[in-house]
Structures are given as C-alpha cells and as structure tokens.
Design a protein around this ligand. Structure first.
Ligand SMILES: *Cc1c(COP(=O)(O)O)cnc(C)c1O
Length: 392
C-alpha cells in the first residue's frame, strides 16, 4: 500500500431516509464502553435487562423475546425458518417491496406458498384476509405491519385473533413500527414479530429484536425436521439468551449495549408519549410537504407517520434532487424501491429524528431543491405550514 487511508472522518449527515436513522447520542456514547466477555456475569445481566425492556416495548409477556445478532432481514428469516417445515401451507399477503421479500424468504423454506398482492400504496382489510384464510387454511400468514416502500400502515390489530380462528400463526414485520407507532403483540395476538435496531429504536443497524408467542413456541417444539438454518435456529440460540447460557455465538457486545440504551430511551420517554411525538412531527411534516405541492402515495386512512412517501413532481429528477439535498444540506432521504423507483421520495422521521429541527430542516432544504429544479414554490411555504401545524 502506497498511502494509508486517512483517519475515518465522514462529513456529518442528517439521516432522514427510510433507515438507518441517526443513532441517539446516548446510544453512541455507551458504544465506547469497554467490552465484556459474552459469558461474563455482568453481560448476562445486561442481556436480561435488555430482554425485559424489549418485552415492554413490544407490549408482550412472551418469554422468547430477544434480539437476533443481525439486521432486520435476519429477523424475518428467523421467524419463517423456525415456524415452517417443508410442505407447510403458508400465505404471504404483500403490499409492497418488503412483502415481496417475505414471499422470497417464505418460498425458500420449502413451504407450499400462496401469494396475495395489493397494488402498492394499498392495504388489506379484515374481510379480505378472512376470505384468504378461509380459502387457504395456512399454517402461517405473513404480513408487513409498516410497508416502508410505500409509507402504508397495515392494520394488524384484529388479524391475530382472526388467524387463530383458522389455526393459523401470524408473522408480522414490525421493522419500521417498533418505537414509532403502537405494536401490541399480546393484545393483537401476534405469534412472531421481528424488528430492527436502526429505525425507531435509534441505534446503529445490527440487531433484530424478535418475539415468539407461546403458540409459536409450541409450533417450534413440535417440528419434525431440524430448522434449516444453524445460525438462526431458535431451539439453540434461546438457551444462550434464556436458558443455561450455553455458548452459541459471540454476542455482538457493543450492539447489545446500544440496544439496551435505545430501549431505556424509549421507556424513559414512555410509549404513549413517544407515539404522540411521532404523530405531532408527522402532522407538521405533512403540512409542509403538501404546502410544497408534494402528494402522498398512501391514502390518509393507512398512512405511516414515520415514513412519508411522496410522489416526485413531474420534471424533477430523482437522483439529482437527492444528490442536491445530500451535498448542499447534508440531508439524506430515500428514493423509491421496485415499482416506485425514480418516482418517489421517502422521508423518515423515526425515533431520535422525530424532532421539529429535522422536520423544519428537510422542508427548507426540499424547497430549495424543488425551486432549483424549476418547480414553482412560494418561498418559505413549507416551513410556514409546518410552524402553523406545530402551533395548532
Ligand atoms: C428496513 C426494513 C427491513 C430490512 O431490515 P434490515 O435491517 O435492512 O435488514 C425489513 N422490513 C421492512 C418493512 C423494513 O422497512
């Protein structure tokens, strides 16, 4: 090597895309705490504390609740590989990009898979789901709670009960909801849920909190075949997290510190206060985006507060617009995925980033970008509309 790369010193960014979101400063601070061994009694205590807080945030008493040592997608995979054996009937009801991934993950388990899809931006209603369950009688139904690709929130509050009428287990993707909008696993009778650390929990990416209901644990215990993934096999990982603490893999110590702090922040604020904060900042952002002439993709009845997906106005270039935001203002927002590639912008205000400074900054910067691209915008209109919403 002729020249050594310089010391790491990235230009600061405000991460207002669909994830990762900025980590809370307190989370970053605990991450410089010295390592402990993964079997050190102090670390075992930290694990227990983390699990206890995670149950509160998921609003569950589920014993089998812990963070998988990997990102959200590994949580998805954990739920499917542990609950499905080859030949099991499975239904995935997809409303966007992450539903499509669920189809792929479920398909690889050897399940007898039925796929139901809605046009992007829409969600399933309870009657449609009832008809699907009646027709297919699956062992597992997979649903994405918050479809980050479209900004739509799939109501799952009644779906668990419905599934149980048909002897079906409900798997839900709570990657974008946990820590932002209500997730009530016990009340909603969700059987297996997974999330991530880098969106509503304001930690870096790297952990995927999961939770399995007693029904799901029974299904796991009555498997006839081994779980096809060694690393994600809950029958063995759970003995490290809850059982005899036998070594399974070296826990990512620093990420567990981070998640513990992220969860402390959620519970310190209080779940209801946190959900209300996300709604308040969403209302202001929405007022501002609409004042700038930007139109939401998802209908108001199923719109996510924490991921705001809007159509890019005609004549504005997606990549150039986002580059402008990043280079001139240090603000990252997301582009569209799949069907919405080049057609949508996604603005995330999750966890620590659900703050008025983030809302007002992105509106001011977007106005600048839009005007630069030739869109007619009344100067200051986005910020003014958000200010009005805050004072309402
Ligand atoms: C971000 C996201 C994922 C993937 O999580 P990773 O941490 O990137 O693996 C899965 N589902 C949804 C709905 C997401 O928004």
């Amino acid at each position: 090597m002729t020249t050594l790369p310089g010391q790491l010193n990235p230009t600061p960014r405000l991460l207002l895309g669909p994830g990762p979101s900025d980590a809370h400063p307190r989370v970053l601070s605990v991450m410089s705490t010295p390592l402990l061994g993964h079997l050190d009694p102090q670390f075992l205590e930290i694990m227990t504390e983390t699990q206890t807080m995670l149950r509160e945030v998921y609003q569950t008493k589920n014993q089998l609740t812990f963070p998988v040592s990997a990102t959200g997608m590994a949580g998805m995979e954990t739920c499917f590989v542990n609950l499905i054996e080859p030949g099991d009937p499975v239904v995935v009801c997809s409303i966007g990009y992450f539903g499509t991934r669920m189809i792929d993950v479920a398909g690889r388990t050897g399940a007898k898979l039925t796929v139901k899809e809605k046009p992007w931006g829409q969600v399933f209603d309870l009657n449609e789901l009832r008809d699907i369950l009646k027709e297919t009688r699956p062992k597992v139904l997979g649903l994405v709670h918050a479809e980050t690709s479209t900004g739509a929130l799939q109501d799952i509050s009644q779906v668990g009960k419905l599934c149980h009428e048909f002897g079906t287990l409900l798997i839900t993707d709570c990657v974008t909801t946990l820590g932002c909008t209500p997730v009530k696993l016990d009340e909603w009778e969700v059987d297996a849920a997974f999330s991530c650390s880098q969106k509503g929990l304001s930690c870096p990416p790297g952990m995927s909190p999961i939770s399995f209901s007693p029904r799901a644990v029974d299904a796991l215990k009555s498997r006839k075949t081994k779980v096809q993934s060694w690393y994600l096999d809950l029958t063995s990982i759970q003995s490290y997290w809850s059982g005899d603490r036998a070594y399974h893999h070296t826990a990512p110590i620093t990420m567990v510190y981070a998640l513990r702090e992220g969860l402390r922040l959620v519970l310190e604020e209080g779940l209801e206060a946190r959900y209300a904060r996300h709604l308040r900042n969403h209302a202001a952002l929405r007022a501002g985006l609409e004042a700038l002439g930007l139109e939401y993709i998802a209908a108001e009845s199923c719109r996510l507060p924490q991921v705001n997906a809007v159509k890019i106005p005609a004549g504005v270039d997606d990549v150039a617009g986002r580059k402008h935001l990043l280079n001139e203002f240090g603000i990252e927002i997301g582009g569209g995925l799949g069907d919405f590639k080049g057609k949508a912008w996604r603005i995330g205000i999750m966890g620590y980033n659900s703050r008025s400074i983030c809302v007002l900054s992105v509106l001011a910067a977007l106005e600048h970008v839009l005007r630069g691209a030739g869109v007619k915008v009344t100067p200051g209109s986005g910020v003014a509309a958000a200010e009005l919403a805050y004072s309402a």
